[in-house]
Design a protein around this ligand. Structure first.
Ligand code: UDX
Length: 442
């Protein structure tokens, strides 16, 4: 099939590259020419494990092309995927400006019948609006059908998720169009769930909001565990053994971030509000998430009395490991608070430093290694569970002025920290104090 994908952000690029890898001829379109020139050479604008290799392979096999000329990209295609951003508007809704522009652009350039597939996360009813916009602007002799095909890829494992996903959702009011999209995806060998267009749009929001709910739930459970002397790791493992609950997304921490959960939860609350539903449950999920970062800063201030002028090492900046994405990263909120209290923040991240610098500018000192960050620091905060952080030689913490480690991602084994005589506070687990202080378990 001849396919084009509009928008080469993380969703669009991964979609384009993986569709080319299963045998389709794919043209990725973006208005950013500098990015296009890089991608033509097989250089990915985002850090995503395995993506560069797949790009180079499919460019070489002449199945993957890049252009900034939308008329070229839309003219001959049988199927066009829309994967442009739907950022959060001031009122929490999804901003559809880019989607609408693309729909008009497609309509004006099409020279033959086509199916338009929406990958972007869009509120219920948007695909119908896209259809209307296209109908209004296209040549009347051309037939266009719209399909909602939301993505469920996780950053950092998007390539793996594309080939091993658990479902492909295809929503359309046209049986024929749905069948074409099912056929396109056949080589992935992933079950296809077909439904109407509005339900498909809703599945995406409901799924992300549910996962966010699971995270806020376990974070609240963790907060209670710390008070009652239980260990949230064991609690979530014990809960997860029940297949009705499931073990995934029950890792307590400093809250969810990234380009999806924060934005999609708010957009669903907004959508519910438009239909006179307050969605109190989801509002609480967001509230719990917004408070979760303060736990580790409060603990830090509690332990050091004041952090004014203290050297605080921060390990991990991206919103989760294996990505350089800083969008809505919990680390930003933590660092903002540290700076407000006049701490000297020294930060390390294996991949996200360039993106972090764009947001944090010169307010933070960035280092090239974990060792450099924690050397002579007064406390170390762990904000992202990178493998490099989890596998650190614990003896390194002895280079700190005093080995105080506050871990927002539960990276270390409590007994090992006790053995190394490190004062260690994590989320929802008993604190480990240095043996001379004699406080072991609350
Ligand atoms: C998410 C969805 O998983 C994906 O299906 C959707 O299409 C896009 O949004 P992503 O944002 O890439 O993917 O990352 P994900 O792995 O879901 O993690 C989101 C956030 O939740 C991260 O900040 C992560 O640290 C946090 N998280 C996740 C937890 O705090 N605890 C968990 O148990 C799982």
């Amino acid at each position: 099939m001849k396919i084009s994908v509009v928008g080469t952000g993380y969703v669009g690029l991964v979609t384009g590259v993986t569709l080319s890898d299963i045998g389709h001829t794919v043209t990725c379109i973006d208005i950013d020419n500098e990015k296009i020139q890089k991608m033509k050479k097989g250089i990915s604008p985002i850090y995503e494990p395995g993506l560069d290799e797949l790009m180079s392979k499919n460019i070489k096999n002449k199945r993957l092309y890049f252009t900034n000329d939308s008329s070229e990209g839309f003219r001959e295609q049988e199927v066009i995927y829309i994967a442009v951003g739907t950022p959060e508007a001031d009122n929490g809704s999804a901003d559809l400006e880019f989607i609408e522009k693309v729909a008009i652009d497609i309509a004006k350039n099409l020279k033959k019948d086509a199916i338009v597939v929406t990958k972007s996360t869009v509120p219920v009813g948007t695909n119908e609006k896209i259809q209307e916009l296209i109908n209004l602007n296209k040549d009347s002799a051309i037939k266009v059908e719209v399909v909602s095909n939301p993505e469920f890829l996780k950053e950092g494992s998007a390539i793996n998720d594309s080939f091993n996903g658990e479902r492909i959702v295809v929503g359309s009011n046209s049986i024929r169009a749905a069948k074409v999209i099912e056929k396109i995806n056949e080589p992935f060998n992933i079950p296809v769930f077909k439904t109407d267009i509005r339900s498909a749009e809703m599945i995406k929001y409901a799924s992300n909001a549910f996962l966010a709910t699971k995270i806020s739930y376990i974070n609240e459970v963790a907060n209670i565990c710390s008070r009652v002397g239980a260990n949230v790791e064991d609690v979530s493992n014990g809960m997860g053994l029940d297949s009705r609950i499931g073990s995934e997304f029950l890792n307590a921490g400093i809250g969810y971030g990234g380009s999806c959960f924060p934005k999609d939860t708010k957009a669903l609350i907004h959508l519910a509000g438009l239909h006179n539903n307050n969605f109190d449950l989801l509002r609480e999920v967001v509230k719990v998430n917004n408070n979760q970062q303060s736990i580790i800063v409060d603990k830090l201030i509690d332990r050091l009395s004041s952090i004014n002028g203290k050297k605080i090492a921060v390990l991990g900046l991206s919103f989760k490991p294996n990505t350089d994405d800083m969008r809505d990263a919990p680390s930003l909120k933590v660092i903002e608070t540290l700076l407000k209290y006049n701490a000297n923040v020294i930060a390390y991240d294996p991949i996200a430093i360039n993106n972090a610098k764009k947001v944090l500018k010169h307010k933070v000192l960035f280092t090239e290694s974990i060792e450099e960050a924690i050397d002579k620091s007064d406390a170390t905060l762990i904000l992202t569970e990178w493998n490099e952080v989890k596998n650190i030689d614990l003896k390194l913490f002895s280079k700190m002025n005093y080995p105080l480690v506050i871990d927002g991602r539960n990276c270390f084994d409590l007994e090992k920290m006790r053995y190394e005589n490190i004062e260690y506070h994590s989320i929802g687990r008993p604190p480990i104090m240095q043996s001379s202080e004699c406080i072991v378990v609350q």
